[in-house]
Design a protein around this ligand. Structure first.
Ligand code: PGA
Length: 236
């Protein structure tokens, strides 16, 4: 069954997040959809939501501590308050905009792994690497697994080429097929594709071999569109 995840990034308020999650939860129940659906709201919108088991709310980010003096960060004390046991790690915006190094990411991974969190681990190459060809692209992506325990069982991988994120231009089906095939050989984990996935392309992307689901930003922020995307995924 395909996995569909929504990354809110820096979007939605506490109020609109609650509305979104309530609407999506009702939809899953009414339509009898049992696919795993993940939603990553902003840290300020995390809460104790009364939702179905297959609808999972996770954190977009947290520091590798329980609590302490790390201005601007949250730790597991804050996540525990809301029963959050799922986290996104290695997203390209954290790597390239917020400056997280592979070392930082591996520290975070190991901390949350030790606590048994479900980890959605993101990898993907920037445009200048893609332009160098498939061997370089694969090499770059595989380096993003440095320090990451690929035997960790509670883990989903998301391949998200940086140049396709938020640009409206998804990777071609051929690009996705090629990389996913190679990654799947190395990683026996559910493998999502991310990068400008939307209503218009979700169906064909989910039909690509070795694509186990999608991690969606922009196109998932409207509950109505997200429900339509989920419906399509539920039929695959
Ligand atoms: P996008 O973002 O769907 O807006 O391209 C995907 C992501 O960053 O996870």
């Amino acid at each position: 069954m395909k996995i569909i995840a929504s990354n809110f990034k820096t979007n939605h308020t506490r109020k609109s997040t609650k509305e979104f999650i309530t609407t999506v939860n009702k939809f899953l129940i009414d339509e009898n959809i049992s696919n795993e659906i993940l939603v990553f709201p902003t840290a300020t919108s995390l809460d104790n939501f009364d939702i179905s088991e297959n609808l999972i709310v996770g954190a977009q980010n947290a520091y590798h501590v329980k609590s302490g003096s790390f201005t601007g960060e949250i730790g597991t004390e804050q996540l525990d308050e809301f029963g959050i046991k799922t986290i996104l790690i290695g997203h390209s915006e954290r790597r390239h905009i917020l400056g997280e190094s592979q070392k930082d990411i591996a520290l975070k991974f190991n901390y949350y792994k030790a606590l048994g969190y479900k980890i959605i681990y993101c990898v993907g190459e920037p445009l200048e690497v893609k332009e160098q060809g498939i061997t370089e692209t694969l090499g770059y992506v595989l380096e993003q697994f440095d320090g990451i325990d690929l035997d960790y069982s509670n883990m989903i991988i998301a391949y998200e080429p940086v140049w396709a994120i938020g640009t409206g231009v998804s990777a071609t089906n051929e690009d996705i097929e090629r990389i996913h095939k190679k990654l799947k050989k190395k990683l026996q984990k559910p493998l999502l594709y991310g990068g400008s996935v939307k209503l218009a392309n979700i169906s064909e992307i989910l039909d690509i071999p070795n694509v186990d689901g999608a991690l969606i930003g922009t196109a998932s922020w409207s509950a109505e569109d997200f429900k339509k995307i989920i419906k399509i995924a539920s039929k695959k």
